[in-house]
Design a protein around this ligand. Structure first.
Ligand SMILES: [Cu+2]
Length: 467
């Protein structure tokens, strides 16, 4: 005897199967798996409508096959091992061997068929964030479709109606699956010249994501709400994030999506940019103004554009300073100004390796080689041409070079500054500081000077009640 719930579930599957029977007859496109976390060169389209491909930072674009005019992709949801930065790997969930999954690139008007195979230990779905599509293709498990059970393959099919910057992620056990790294980028290129979409020389994209991996462990804690300790771009943290390498006077577009649990003010040095698009599509020109920081809120996408007309190695990072640190930067008490040299020598008699961190600021953390648990990144790290960069997390560089070849994305190395253009140490004699308390030097002297300094009395409540 079939229970009502089972009957409904199988009836749903029959409908789904009959509507895609033509597809079900055909063989699945062979899944393409990527194992390295390197930035792959742009995938130049060899079939379908032409377009200018994007470059996914520490990622890649999924190849497709054409089947009677339909672009067919095969995504495989599966556990993956992702190198977050050299020296640390995380056990994540992702697609086709990586977290994030591969970027999907299509052209406005393309009919797209996506096969999604679930190799996870639990059910999943994919939601195509920002797309116009039939409601039953929107991917919210339970609402728009049955869940994709482990071992099963589902088919999504729709026309990419709007050009723009999108993403994909599960809408099933989201807290777990996104905390484990399941997400990917989607770019729909315009079919014809669009007055709101400029042609650019370089078009980069990446997702903002975050993990809570305890120092010494490998698997993210999935119940963390806000206190993540690895702030990543495409599941990489500095110094594991590749630099964005461009040619002087290139027009550059960078597309950014946020699937963390907090906002990220993304900041570029040396240039001003325009926000030319969101997940809602290209922004009207009247709404664009120049900025050097744009906040990308949770679930948002921002597309920024600028002319790379200043040579150099320009920092490009999240402006929340805690997001440019790796694990160990949290739960460290503030020690600035605390002299604990006495206690340190006492502890060192018991623990020879003991180091006091932070009494002159936290830069010691980057200079000293602190012993770290296995599989743990230093809190602040990275060697620059002038010393430790003292960064981690959501930080990388935009490298603008006169001699970078068009289409060449290789790292050109450190910038060679023209003579006389680097900040330098002043070696003259120090002038006496002019203090505001010097006689006659106050902009607004008090009418009557107090004869003795005012004593400030603070009365503390003796009972903590009555708020
Ligand atoms: Cu941030």
């Amino acid at each position: 005897m079939m229970k009502r719930r089972d009957f409904l579930a199988s009836a749903g599957l029959v409908v789904a199967a009959s509507s895609v029977s033509r597809v079900a007859m055909a063989a699945l496109p062979e899944p393409v798996i990527q194992a390295t976390p390197d930035t792959m060169p742009p995938l130049v389209p060899n079939s379908g409508r032409p377009y200018n491909p994007v470059v996914t930072l520490n990622g890649w674009t999924l190849p497709w096959r054409m089947n009677n005019g339909v672009k067919e992709f095969h995504l495989v949801a599966e556990p993956v091992v992702r190198e977050i930065a050299p020296g640390m790997v995380a056990h994540l969930w992702g697609y086709n061997g990586q977290s994030p999954g591969p970027t999907i690139e299509v052209v406005e008007g393309d009919r797209v068929r996506l096969f999604v195979t679930n190799k996870l230990p639990e059910h999943t779905t994919i939601h195509w964030h920002g797309q116009r599509l039939p409601n039953g293709m929107d991917g919210v498990g339970g609402l728009n479709q049955p869940q994709i059970q482990p071992g099963k393959t589902f088919v999504y099919e729709f026309v990419a109606r709007r050009p723009g910057t999108f993403m994909y992620h599960p809408h099933a056990d989201e807290m777990t699956q996104m905390a484990m790294g399941m997400m990917g980028f989607w770019v729909t290129h315009p079919k014809t010249r669009n007055p709101l979409i400029d042609e650019v020389n370089r078009d980069f994209c990446f997702l903002l994501n975050a993990y809570d991996v305890e120092p010494g462990s490998y698997t993210p804690k999935v119940n963390t709400m806000l206190d993540f300790n690895l702030w990543t771009w495409n599941s990489r943290s500095f110094p594991g994030i590749d630099s964005l390498n461009v040619r002087l006077n290139d027009k550059v577009r960078i597309r950014i999506g946020n699937l963390t649990m907090t906002n990220h003010p993304i900041h570029l040095h040396g240039h001003e940019f325009l926000v030319t698009g969101t997940d809602g599509g290209p922004t009207p020109k009247s709404t664009r103004w120049y900025e050097v920081t744009t906040d990308v809120a949770v679930g948002q996408m921002r597309q920024i554009e600028f002319l790379a007309d200043e040579e150099g190695d320009w920092a490009f990072h999240c402006h929340k300073s805690h997001h440019t640190m790796n694990a160990m930067g949290h739960d460290v008490p503030t020690m600035v100004g605390v002299d604990h040299s006495g206690i340190a020598s006492k502890i060192r008699k018991l623990i020879p390796d003991y180091m006091v961190m932070g009494e002159r600021g936290m830069a010691d953390m980057a200079e000293m080689e602190m012993p770290l648990p296995d599989n743990t990144l230093p809190m602040m790290t990275g060697q620059g041409p002038f010393g430790p960069v003292e960064m981690g997390g959501m930080f990388t560089t935009l490298k603008v070079r006169r001699d970078q070849k068009p289409g060449d994305y290789k790292d050109p190395g450190w910038f060679k500054h023209p003579v006389g253009t680097v900040a330098y140490e002043f070696k003259g004699s120090m002038a006496e500081p002019q203090r505001a308390s010097s006689a006659g030097n106050q902009a607004m002297p008090r009418a009557t000077q107090a004869s003795s300094p005012t004593e400030v009395r603070v009365r503390k409540p003796n009972a903590h009640t009555g708020h």
